[in-house]
Write a protein that binds this ligand. Structure first.
Ligand code: MN
Length: 263
């Protein structure tokens, strides 16, 4: 396919999404046919489909398992959920059955794994009630919320945004999306992460403080959710460091594991 045709298709796609979302006036960028350079669109393969899932935003919930909240120094019983975002292009797709190389990022000396369930939304909205929230979920995936823990902590100590600890390049490895229509909802089941074959994190999805439905409801009170938003649903306890050469394997019952070698 030549470049002109590809640009035209991409522009048509953007206009289509805008129409679905009910956007009022298109922005200047959306009406342009030609761009001076190309910016890749972030997508994630969908199991059983030739289509791919277009990612709009990556939301993450903090401290959503009680034991992890305690290890991070907070009291899980008193705190409402809090959220942060990663840039969309932080996604690193990890095909099942392969060991993907994952680059050790710059600036850190304490790089941590966080295994998480990821919910991918195909419907948006504001102030979504909990009882209807799961209707917005298109599918689920295994993800890692990789974290430069030393930078996150240092920024937190200075009461500065800890974006540099969380929202860096390739900080969001993820497996393929498994549609709810074929694989159902994921509200319980084992979730674990091994490093070099040794179990480091191990819990059950049922131990989440805020369920996926509650997360969607809470998020939609703060932001208008849109199709293409994905939510990293929080990590269990025993987060810890990896170094170059380590192999991480992440598992959630009902989903194929993802494997990454830190390089
Ligand atoms: Mn996390």
């Amino acid at each position: 396919m030549n470049t002109t045709k590809r640009n035209l298709l991409r522009t048509t796609g953007v206009a289509g999404l805008g129409a679905i979302a009910g956007c009022a006036l298109p922005t200047v960028a959306q009406t342009r046919i030609k761009t001076p350079f190309e910016v890749p669109v972030t997508t994630i393969p969908i199991v059983g489909s030739m289509e791919v899932f277009p990612v709009r935003r990556i939301y993450c919930i903090g401290r959503n398992y009680a034991a992890h909240a305690r290890e991070m120094g907070s009291d899980p019983t008193r705190e409402p959920p809090f959220f942060f975002q990663k840039p969309t292009d932080a996604i690193q797709f990890v095909p099942p059955g392969q060991t993907m190389e994952h680059p050790y990022p710059p600036l850190t000396k304490n790089y941590h794994h966080e295994i998480e369930l990821v919910a991918a939304l195909s419907k948006g909205g504001r102030n979504i009630p909990i009882e209807r929230a799961l209707d917005h979920v298109f599918g689920y995936a295994v993800g890692l919320d990789m974290t430069r823990r030393d930078l996150q902590r240092a920024m937190g100590d200075q009461k500065k945004p800890w974006e540099i600890g969380k929202s860096f390049d390739q900080s969001a490895p993820i497996g393929p999306i498994h549609p709810v229509s074929s694989f159902g909802q994921f509200s319980q089941g084992a979730i674990w992460l091994k490093v070099n074959g040794v179990v480091k994190q191990e819990a059950n999805l049922a131990m989440m403080i805020w369920s996926v439905a509650e997360q969607i409801s809470q998020l939609s009170a703060a932001f208008e959710l849109m199709p293409g938003d994905i939510i990293y649903a929080g990590t269990p306890e025993n987060v810890g460091p990896v170094v170059p050469g380590d192999v991480m394997e992440g598992h959630i019952d009902g989903l194929p594991p993802i494997r990454l070698k830190v390089v």
